[in-house]
Design a protein around this ligand. Structure first.
Ligand SMILES: [Zn+2]
Length: 211
């Protein structure tokens, strides 16, 4: 993704609606270890269509992921690009689009601030889009994901399609921050988000009662 031109940035500030989606466990099926070839990429059922629905509702979608080894050259860029291309192609086939993918490329022992549950990666996304993260919905699949979203000040959502899904959700286990909204999967998140927007728009369209 290239740098935003001044005009593009201004347009985004005016009409910014952003959803940040964790890749592993939300958008694609989690693997043992990490994605190493395009064949490892498998979308969660309904997730691609959910992104298309969010796009149609006016949302830009950014994806976050950890990809340890990326920073040390353990993957060649051709492999990375091939995996990304597979994702984009499958999304395009259902009319969806991810605006950008942001990675933490560090190993656990590098003590970076962008590896979940640290909020650095989400903050980078907020800076890139020049948007207030308090208005951004961030969807994760594990306690670490929603801890990062909470620490970054995003509206935190949990889907239950990842390996980190809790055994019970009412209430969530104590490692989950307060206020997390729980959905079965990304499709359920998208449906709830769009329904909430439509309800808010209908409310805003009501005539103001006379004093
Ligand atoms: Zn990192």
């Amino acid at each position: 993704m290239g740098a935003l031109g001044a005009l593009g940035a201004a347009r985004i500030i005016a009409a910014m609606r952003l959803v940040i989606i964790e890749r592993d466990g939300v958008l694609c099926v989690e693997r043992e270890g990490y994605l190493r070839s395009p064949d490892d990429w498998q979308a969660q059922p309904g997730a691609l269509e959910a992104i298309a629905q969010l796009n149609h509702a006016g949302y830009q979608v950014a994806v976050s992921a950890i990809w340890p080894g990326l920073g040390q050259g353990q993957f060649d860029m051709a492999t990375v690009n091939a995996i990304q291309a597979r994702m984009s192609k499958q999304l395009a086939a259902v009319g969806g689009r991810v605006d950008a993918v942001f990675f933490c490329p560090h190993a656990p022992d590098e003590a970076c601030d962008c590896r979940k549950p640290q909020p650095g990666l989400l903050r980078q996304i907020g800076e890139r889009y020049k948007t207030n993260l308090a208005q951004v919905h961030a969807v994760g699949a594990s306690a670490r994901d929603v801890q990062a979203a909470h620490a970054a000040g995003c509206i935190a959502h949990l889907v239950l399609t990842g390996k980190g899904a809790p055994a019970h959700t009412e209430p969530l286990p104590p490692e989950f921050p307060p206020g997390v909204q729980v959905h079965a999967d990304l499709a359920a998140f998208a449906a709830a988000r769009i329904a909430a927007d439509e309800a808010a728009a209908a409310l805003a369209a009501l005539p103001t009662p006379a004093p």
